[in-house]
Ligand binder design. Structure first.
Ligand SMILES: NC(=O)c1ccc[n+]([C@@H]2O[C@H](COP(=O)([O-])OP(=O)(O)OC[C@H]3O[C@@H](n4cnc5c(N)ncnc54)[C@H](O)[C@@H]3O)[C@@H](O)[C@H]2O)c1
Length: 355
């Protein structure tokens, strides 16, 4: 019989529920407890899981009292460090949502503690597991593009959604758009180029979104469009093209990895991958499908399910995380460098932030 891993979810808003729905489909996984200070979030969670699971208003009580093997942290970004500090006092495994933390200092602190932690510490970068992106990575690794020189990632999407307590309206709670949202893409850039960033230049602004909103007299301060150029140690360059008032388009994410021998592109949600070779010239177009039940469980085209399959396998198999705290830190550093580049209108060397 499959060993059942018992999960506790800390923070049961939109993403917490996506974790609950995906874990419900995963063999050998059971959500047995959850914690959220907001009664309406707990009420929705109860509708989703039923009354079997233990409910807590304070996550510290869950950590002390619930019989769980693994924690999923899906509370707001600025709470991750504090929640992790308490998890590190236990020997539980933990999957913490992206971004690891909102500041480089907090993320460094977490990396130090994670290295000494008995359980698996995994950062929720599930874009790695989106089928078209995983396929693009496979092609690059197999040498289809030759020597990778350019990696362009475009996200053109809808504005930030409303959140419980409006935490995502201010950079002090999110880390800023390039940390909060774009840590996924910086993580992908490191993964696909198989190289570390050296310097970053970003041009960005808050031009359109949330300018007519006010929270306790304060207008949100989140960037809604910009370009980020990244130089990598390998000589490859990355470009992030972000626009958050661009839902009137065909795809949300488009990635192009181009080398001296060819180009691989992927498109989401279209779920297509295009592999082009220069010599002899060829073009293959592949359409990837996701299991309908898994697709329905999460808003991330099946990637949250794959993330949980792998997290669980690491727990049961005693292996390390595929996305470590150190990976989480490096994505935060790139995002923070981009934010600093915008604020100071200059090129930022990664070494300034990661000494
Ligand atoms: N991987 C992804 O693609 C992805 C997508 C969306 C959100 N996220 C991340 O998931 C996390 C949650 O985002 P969301 O969209 O679900 O936000 P949300 O506002 O919908 O939910 C957050 C929940 O956390 C609760 N909360 C607040 N403080 C808490 C605390 N101290 N302890 C426990 N719970 C607490 C809130 O009451 C709320 O119910 C964020 O870190 C976000 O960046 C990741």
């Amino acid at each position: 019989m499959e060993h059942t891993v018992r999960y506790g979810i800390i923070g049961t808003g939109m993403m917490g529920h996506e974790h609950v729905r995906n874990l419900a489909l995963l063999p050998g996984a059971e959500v047995v407890a959850y914690a959220d200070p907001e009664s309406s979030s707990r009420w929705w969670t109860r509708q989703l899981i039923g009354s079997e699971a233990d409910e807590y208003a304070d996550y510290r009580d869950l950590l002390k009292q619930a019989s769980v093997d693994a924690i999923v942290i899906s509370s707001p970004n600025h709470t991750h460090r504090e929640v992790l500090e308490h998890v590190f006092d236990t020997d539980m495994h933990v999957l913490v949502e992206k971004p690891l933390c909102t500041t480089v200092d907090d993320a460094r602190f977490v990396v130090e503690r994670a290295e000494a932690h008995a359980g698996v510490v995994w950062v929720g970068m599930e874009y790695r597991y989106l089928a078209p992106i995983a396929r693009l990575l496979e092609e690059v690794r197999a040498g289809s593009v030759g020597r990778l020189r350019m990696l362009a990632i475009r996200e053109h999407r809808f504005p930030f959604l409303p959140k419980v307590g409006d935490w995502n309206r201010f950079a002090r709670h999110t880390g800023g758009t390039f940390v909060e949202k774009c840590c996924h893409f910086f993580d992908l850039m490191r993964l696909i180029t198989d190289s570390e960033p050296v310097r970053v230049f970003a041009s960005a602004a808050q031009d359109v979104n949330h300018l007519d909103e006010e929270y306790a007299g304060e207008v949100p301060d989140i960037l809604d469009n910009g370009y980020v150029v990244v130089d990598f140690e390998s000589g490859a360059r990355g470009l992030l093209d972000l626009c958050m008032f661009a839902e009137a388009g065909r795809n949300e994410q488009e990635i192009a990895a181009t080398g001296d021998a060819g180009k691989v592109e992927c498109f989401l949600p279209e779920s297509t991958v295009v592999v082009g070779r220069r010599s002899p010239r060829s073009l293959e177009i592949e359409q990837l499908a996701v299991d309908a039940e898994i697709e329905a469980a999460g808003g991330h085209h099946g990637s949250t399910y794959v993330e949980h399959e792998r997290f669980r396998a690491a727990i049961v198999g005693g292996s390390g995380p595929a996305v470590s705290a150190s990976d989480g830190l490096r994505a935060v550093v790139m995002g923070a460098a981009a934010e600093l580049s915008v604020t100071e209108s200059r090129v930022v060397e990664i070494a300034e932030l990661l000494v």
